[in-house]
Design a protein around this ligand. Structure first.
Ligand SMILES: Cc1cc2nc3c(=O)[nH]c(=O)nc-3n(C[C@H](O)[C@H](O)[C@H](O)COP(=O)(O)OP(=O)(O)OC[C@H]3O[C@@H](n4cnc5c(N)ncnc54)[C@H](O)[C@@H]3O)c2cc1C
Ligand code: FES
Length: 273
């Protein structure tokens, strides 16, 4: 039986490949298969020594395995020391992983149409949702945004299958797909939605906070439900240090919630933007 509660495991790296030094994909074997909800994440480290001290949160990109052996994959962008050190690891080396953590996307609503929105490396949280929706033959479209064509996720990482959904690529410099920000593409489509379609629609989004804020505002204006995966800085990753809190509306007051425990996925209307 795959495990689905947080567990610390030692992985062995199978591959760690870079794509134009923009994104890396790291795949490791783990002692047992793991089951995760799209949007859930892992705390990952593997560099020698204690500097940096803390593991880094990464969305679970894929996971599987058979006969008692598991596999897990992450995609990441190098932004600082932790991710730079990760990018230098080689096949055969070990990876320390705690997973699956947090609360993922709620995909269990019947008869809905989904729009999946990924800005930058945010595709790593929405692709697993596309896989689940594709398997269920649910209706969905995906909007992927990046600065340039080179910053879009490679085609071979994009979920396929029998019902891959429609994918809209958006680049800020116009080198592929829609010329402009992914937010502009989504907002334009939202404006054209009939009230009836809007009432059946759910947006799932992950990306820079400003992108999520704009999508949340536009979705609220059209009464479209939206779930956002937040990427706050984290320390422990499992709810103890309160280092990752975000302000949420609780009635007409605000309250702190932990992104690693109550999130990272939240109802967009609850977030104090
Ligand atoms: C739940 C969750 C899932 C995530 N999933 C992924 C993923 O699948 N792929 C991926 O590439 N990244 C993901 N991230 C972001 C990733 O954790 C950070 O990029 C990483 O921790 C940076 O570590 P570092 O040591 O390389 O950089 P640091 O040295 O810690 O930081 C380098 C620079 O990036 C900024 N920075 C670091 N983390 C964040 C952040 N979370 N938000 C905004 N700015 C930040 C710092 O302020 C600094 O300027 C996720 C974050 C969370 C919370
Ligand atoms: S990172 Fe420690 S409580 Fe969230």
């Amino acid at each position: 039986m795959p495990f689905n509660r947080p567990r610390f495991v030692t992985g062995r790296i199978l591959r760690n490949e870079g794509r134009g030094e923009i994104f890396y994909r790291i795949e490791a074997t783990i002692p047992e298969p793991v089951r995760f909800v799209p949007g859930q994440f892992a705390m990952v480290s593997g560099w020698p020594g204690n500097d940096p001290l803390l593991p880094r949160p990464l969305a679970v990109f894929r996971a599987g395995g058979t006969r008692g052996k598991g596999k897990v994959e992450f995609v990441y962008k190098v932004v600082g020391r932790g991710t730079a050190l990760l990018s230098g690891l080689h096949p055969g080396e070990t990876l320390s992983i705690t997973l699956p953590l947090g609360r993922g996307f709620d995909l269990d609503r019947e008869g809905r149409t989904y729009w999946l929105v990924g800005g930058g490396v945010g595709f790593s949280s929405v692709f697993p949702a596309a896989v689940v929706l594709g398997r269920r033959r649910a209706a969905f479209e995906m909007f992927l945004g990046a600065r340039t064509r080179e910053h879009l996720p490679p085609r071979e990482w994009t979920p396929g299958g029998k019902t891959p959904g429609t994918i809209h690529f958006c680049t800020e410099d116009g080198t592929a797909g829609f010329h402009g920000r992914v937010t502009d593409a989504v907002l334009e489509r939202l404006r054209r939605l009939s009230p009836e379609s809007a009432s059946r629609m759910t947006i799932l989004a992950c990306g820079p906070r400003e992108m999520l804020r704009e999508i949340a505002a536009a979705a609220a204006e059209r009464s479209v439900s939206a779930q956002v995966a937040l990427e706050n800085h984290m320390a422990c990753g499992f709810g103890v240090c309160w280092g990752c809190v975000v302000s949420l509306w609780d009635g007409d007051r605000t309250a702190y919630r932990r992104v690693c425990r109550e999130g990272p996925v939240f109802d967009a209307r609850e977030v104090v933007w």
